[in-house]
Design a protein around this ligand. Structure first.
Ligand SMILES: NC(=O)c1ccc[n+]([C@@H]2O[C@H](COP(=O)([O-])OP(=O)(O)OC[C@H]3O[C@@H](n4cnc5c(N)ncnc54)[C@H](OP(=O)(O)O)[C@@H]3O)[C@@H](O)[C@H]2O)c1
Length: 340
């Protein structure tokens, strides 16, 4: 079997917000699988903020930059159409790193078979049961080290990672202050039990809003955003606060040198522990972490204590639009592209 597949190529490195001119959609022929290979048609692909730094070309990052002129990649869930490897059969659902394309042939050892637990759809493996879920769980529990009764400030709180962090924080008995970019998102996080929701786009003063929501200061800052949110967290942090540096999406479109937080001295003055991490690296050096994540998440989901939202964009031709909406707040929960 062979088929046509559309795939998205990076043609130039964006300066600022990417535009359609930086990319090109091409149609390629995908042949049948050779020995040990599998032919897969994607059904879902993930668009994620980390893809933006990969468009810049930073050689010393934890993940290689996208190559100019080549198809981009990322996590995807697909269906096996044809297999020349005994580990996979037609109809199997597989997780791969072959996103940004409709179909592909790959060696079997680059695919992971998915078994959907009852009542859970396959695309959950791109969100709550996948990389963003692991990021939330590992960052909050291993770096944040929450103690019941403490206060956590979460930025980007209605996105994929942030929305899971808020709910795990409530499970762990924290007082949660969530920052989000719309009233709809405020309502969603409040509906999931957070104690205070702040619309950072409309409050007159973010620092005063966080101080009002956390009058006794914050003990953990879960950073998805960086920039002003990080400065506010440094200002409102208590002694011995933990800063979980997960991401800084507010800076990803600034390709030059970025200004540091003006009040970084607070790390010294307040004995703050600030730690960055990459989910896969942390999982690789923490035995049992991934297993504990899946076990706890599945239990919390079954108990109704973790819920998730998805924003679904239809068609690979609209994948770039979905990706760009991550930077304008177009998603509630996980941003997904349905391909098949
Ligand atoms: N360390 C790791 O291993 C790891 C793994 C996955 C993700 N991450 C990081 O975690 C963060 C969240 O990722 P995600 O996949 O869950 O994305 P997401 O939160 O689902 O989507 C991005 C959200 O960021 C917010 N945002 C965009 N620009 C902003 C700005 N200038 N200021 C404030 N908020 C802004 C938007 O929400 P609003 O409407 O609220 O503005 C948007 O919906 C990102 O920084 C990402 O790089 C890190």
């Amino acid at each position: 079997m062979s088929l046509k597949s559309r795939q998205m190529h990076l043609m130039s490195r964006p300066n600022g917000m990417p535009t359609p001119e930086n990319f090109e959609m091409r149609t390629v022929d995908v042949g049948g699988p050779g020995p040990g290979e599998v032919l897969v048609r994607n059904r879902w692909m993930s668009v994620d903020p980390y893809m933006r730094p990969r468009m810049i070309g930073m050689e010393d990052s934890y993940i290689p930059p996208f190559s100019l002129g080549e198809a981009m990649d990322g996590t995807a869930v697909g269906e096996v159409l044809e297999s020349a490897d005994p580990a996979f059969s037609r109809g199997d659902l597989v997780l791969s790193f072959m996103g940004w394309r409709e179909a592909f042939t790959a060696p079997a050892d680059q695919l992971e078979k998915i078994d959907c637990p009852p009542g859970i759809d396959e695309q959950a493996f791109l969100g709550v049961l996948g990389m963003p879920g692991l990021t939330a769980y590992s960052g909050l529990l291993h770096l944040g080290q929450p103690v019941p009764g403490e206060t956590i400030f979460v930025s980007g709180a209605a996105g994929a990672v942030g929305s899971y962090v808020c709910q795990i924080a409530k499970i762990k008995g924290l007082n949660v202050v969530a920052s989000v970019g719309s009233e709809e998102k405020c309502a969603w996080v409040l509906g999931r039990g957070v104690d205070h929701a702040i619309n950072y786009k409309t409050v007159p003063n973010l620092l005063e809003a966080v101080q009002a929501a956390a009058p006794r200061g914050i003990d953990i800052y879960f950073d998805n955003v960086g920039a002003e949110h990080l400065e506010v967290a440094l200002e409102t942090a208590n002694q011995f606060a933990r800063f979980v540096e997960c991401g800084m999406i507010a800076t990803y479109n600034d390709v030059g040198r970025r200004p540091g937080p003006c009040n970084i001295i607070n790390i010294v003055l307040k004995s703050i522990r600030m730690e960055g991490y990459i989910n896969s690296t942390l999982a690789a050096r923490t035995p049992g972490l991934k297993e504990a994540f899946l076990r706890d998440m599945l239990q919390w989901i079954a108990e109704g204590r973790i819920r998730w939202e998805e924003t679904v964009i239809e068609g690979i031709e609209n994948a770039l639009d979905g990706f760009l909406q991550l930077f304008t707040g177009g998603n509630v929960g996980k941003m997904l592209i349905r391909i098949g």
